[in-house]
Design a protein around this ligand. Structure first.
Ligand code: NAD
Length: 251
């Protein structure tokens, strides 16, 4: 029996990397998918791959930092599929910036894309759930950066710590209405986001010292965690954070 059979999930940032892997993993488990990204042609390709797995999948061009676009995307998901059971807040960016050189624009761009987006999309979906007197499962892409510091990454770490706090607050505030809200905290996953750093042997050597499992993660590793937190197998888990980091956080 497919683990998400008959369910519908919104996945943001589904054109590539973790979001694409989550969409495909959910499709393998029978989940219909309302996918979005700023890169329309690439997210359409993800939707086509999901459809080929036998589920229904739509693709929208949505900038998760823009409330009007988010509201249109969520409305379209409801109209197309008649329901939304799962929200995966995955869209995100990363770039290095030394704190003393960071511009206001860099700070705001990071916070808008990685944290305010989670506010906008979650609020829009929760309003629908409350109106329909039903709950659902939210899976937020946090990071080990929610918990540990990285140099030249204060804006990213602050945003991801914010995602973790927001996620816990939603678990508390809407648990009584049937909403579960959890985070995934990936370590180093091989995607476009980490590819530049993965090309630097000194960085990779340093990372391997910190990762007991001695490999970087693959998007599929993240997708398996997302599947668990989205499915009824985690029905009694909320406000939690699942590390997918090869053991980075044990020390
Ligand atoms: N790769 C890692 O090592 C790692 C580690 C921890 C957490 N994460 C988190 O996983 C999530 C996905 O990252 P990834 O590694 O797959 O990166 P990625 O760059 O491969 O994919 C990110 C996707 O988000 C989309 N996106 C960016 N800004 C957007 C916006 N404003 N609106 C809509 N879509 C937007 C991009 O177009 C892209 O398709 C992010 O939240 C990231 O912070 C990644």
């Amino acid at each position: 029996m497919a683990r998400l059979s008959g369910k519908t999930a919104i996945v943001t940032g589904a054109a590539a990397g973790n979001g694409q892997a989550i969409a495909l993993r959910f499709a393998e488990e029978g989940c219909n998918l309302a996918l979005s990204d700023v890169n329309l042609s690439a997210v359409q390709e993800t939707a086509a791959q999901c459809t080929a797995l036998g589920v229904r999948a739509s693709a929208e061009r949505t900038d998760v930092t823009a409330r009007a676009e988010v509201e249109m995307m969520v409305e379209a998901a409801w109209a197309n599929f008649g329901t939304v059971d799962i929200l995966v807040n995955n869209a995100g960016i990363f770039f290095n910036a030394a704190f003393d050189e960071m511009s206001d624009d860099q700070w705001r761009r990071m916070l808008d894309t990685n944290l305010t987006s989670v506010f906008l999309v979650s609020q829009t979906v929760i309003r629908h759930w409350l109106a329909a007197e039903r709950g659902g499962a939210i899976v937020n892409l946090a990071s080990i950066s929610s918990s540990v510091a990285f140099t030249r990454s204060a804006h990213y770490c602050a945003a991801k710590a914010g995602v973790t706090a927001l996620s816990r607050c939603l678990a508390l505030e809407y648990g009584p209405r049937g909403v579960r809200s959890n985070c995934l905290a990936p370590g180093i996953i091989e995607t476009a986001m980490t590819r530049p750093a993965l090309g630097d042997p000194a960085t990779v050597t340093d990372w391997m010292r910190r990762i007991p499992l001695k490999r970087v993660g693959q998007p599929r590793d993240v997708a398996d965690g997302a599947l668990f937190l989205a499915s009824d197998e985690s029905a009694y888990i909320t406000g939690d954070m699942l590390y997918i980091d090869g053991g980075w956080m044990v020390e």
